[in-house]
Design a protein around this ligand. Structure first.
Ligand SMILES: [Zn+2]
Length: 130
């Protein structure tokens, strides 16, 4: 199924909301909508230029009805922004001699924890803000 320009605008809106929520002012934020393979959304961060690019898929095969797209978009915006939140952890860990898989695993552990705690708490906040 193709995503629409409206989906992309909603994704951008959600990403900006979460960035504001976390108070992430360190990076300049950019967006694009393109083919990103099996991903629904992804981020690309540069510590050197202090920029982060959020990419949103043009096409995605979700096993859920169109009506649930908004929830997917909100969820993936949260996921990608949370990557940015903890990206420094990866940079620090990368400076030592640790395998990439271990770092990625550690990052995902933190995200899953936040999804099961903070994201639950955000439900009420979303109702007011989205
Ligand atoms: Zn991830």
């Amino acid at each position: 199924m193709k995503t629409t320009k409206k989906d992309f605008e909603y994704f951008k809106k959600c990403v900006r909301k979460y960035i504001k929520y976390y108070g992430l002012k360190r990076y300049k934020v950019f967006f694009n909508r393109r083919d990103i393979g099996d991903n629904f959304a992804k981020y690309n961060l540069s510590e050197t230029s202090k920029t982060v690019l959020f990419s949103f898929t043009t096409d995605y095969n979700l096993n859920s009805p169109r009506a649930e797209y908004k929830d997917w978009i909100k969820g993936s915006a949260f996921h990608e922004v949370t990557h940015v939140l903890i990206a420094r952890l990866g940079a620090i860990a990368g400076a030592r001699y640790i395998g990439c898989d271990e770092i990625e695993e550690a990052e995902h552990d933190i995200i899953r924890t936040l999804e099961n705690t903070l994201l639950q708490d955000l439900t009420k906040w979303r109702e007011k803000n989205f």
